[in-house]
Design a protein around this ligand. Sequence first.
Ligand SMILES: [Zn+2]
Length: 218
Amino acid sequence: MLISKTVKINQTDNRVESVSCGECKGNKNHKILVSAEMAQDEDSCFDYQVIQCLGCNRISFRHALYEYTQYQATSEKIYPDPKQRLPIEGINLLKPYIQSIYKETLKTINNNQVILFGTGIRTILEAITQEQKTPGIDLNEKINNLVKQGLVTQKDVGALHDLRRIGNEATHSITPSSPKEIKVAMDVIEHLLQRIYILPHNVKENLSSPLKNKPNTK
Ligand SMILES: [Zn+2]
């Protein structure tokens, strides 16, 4: 039997389905805002949907396969992939080469390249100390000197040495990082980028405006 390839728009009538959300981390009810359905054979169709999470309002695109006998999709792809780690806000404020290394390191997480991740994290540290002209004969010394430059606190130094160790293990012993290690290491590096490059810019732009620009509260 010839299958009609006619596209049926919005057959889903604001239907709600449980779909994985990258923001809420887990399955959440999503409202199907817009959809376009196209039959595949007598028993199934593809539905192309714009969906919105009812937990965090995030909007995604979903490509789902439905069997006509079942209410829920039998397979799906979601964009952006909810399992992907997304870049932090404000990466355009980083120097282009630091931005590139950061984005490449993020890709190693999203592509499960667990050894290259370690070298990426170490290279970001090297790039920051180079950009900040941090003195020192090696990364070990430079990390300690970041405190003297007032860029990190003494409390942060231990975590940065852990990142250096992860980088060394990846480069010299080809030891992959564990998923937990990767998550925390990336949290630490992102915190460092925010603290050195993004937060000072945001403070200057939004909190340090001249008094004359501020509304008179008297
Ligand atoms: Zn959500």
